[in-house]
Ligand binder design. Structure first.
Ligand SMILES: CC(C)(COP(=O)(O)OP(=O)(O)OC[C@H]1O[C@@H](n2cnc3c(N)ncnc32)[C@H](O)[C@@H]1OP(=O)(O)O)[C@@H](O)C(=O)NCCC(=O)NCCS
Length: 159
């Protein structure tokens, strides 16, 4: 597990963008997550963190604030070579801590990765309980009519 020895989780920079896109869009092509354009990553760069192993970006995650008490983890993806080494969990816990420091009480994930997010302290919630604002960006998603993603939440105070 050499990757964890030099692992850094930090704010994303413009120099990371191409590697971030490569990781995200590889999974988007498999239908596991939404694709991102270079423009959208650049525009939202401040909301992204990356995991870096000293040589390259091996993980990426974004945080989107939805409301005063709710933020969503988006575009979470770990490079194939680094999966299963705790990198995803570190990125998620980093963003949850960021939310706590920002005074945001709850963090949301819309995901197919139920077991992974449970390991990060999240629990499943009924989609109907979420504010309508959550679905604003779903308008461009081909899965909108029959979205089968699971809604999961963690309270930042208890994470
Ligand atoms: C899902 C994903 C982010 C997990 O990242 P990861 O770095 O491989 O996961 P970690 O090594 O941090 O795993 C943390 C824990 O979750 C568990 N876990 C991870 N993926 C799992 C899975 N698919 N099923 C069950 N458990 C899983 C691990 O065993 C580990 O458990 P432990 O704490 O008891 O050791 C990564 O596999 C990925 O990028 N998948 C493709 C893109 C994707 O689906 N993104 C999510 C969009 S919401």
């Amino acid at each position: 597990m050499s990757v964890t020895k030099t692992l850094t989780v930090r704010q994303a920079t413009m120099r990371d963008v191409d590697q971030m896109l490569e990781i995200i869009n590889q999974y988007a092509q498999q239908g596991l997550m939404l694709p991102r354009t270079k423009l959208s990553v650049c525009e939202h760069l401040q909301s992204f963190v990356v995991a870096h192993d000293g040589e390259s970006v091996i993980g990426v995650a974004g945080l989107h604030i939805l409301w005063e008490d709710l933020a969503e983890i988006r575009s979470l993806a770990i490079a194939e070579k680094a999966k299963g080494m705790g990198v995803g969990k570190q990125l998620v816990l980093h963003l949850v801590e960021q939310c706590r420091l920002l005074g945001i009480n709850r963090v949301l994930a819309l995901t197919y990765q139920k077991a992974f997010f449970e390991k990060c302290g999240f629990r499943v919630v009924a989609k109907e309980t979420l504010p309508q604002k959550v679905w604003k960006d779903c308008i461009n998603c081909s899965k909108l009519p029959m979205c089968d993603e699971i809604a999961m939440i963690v309270e930042t105070a208890t994470a």
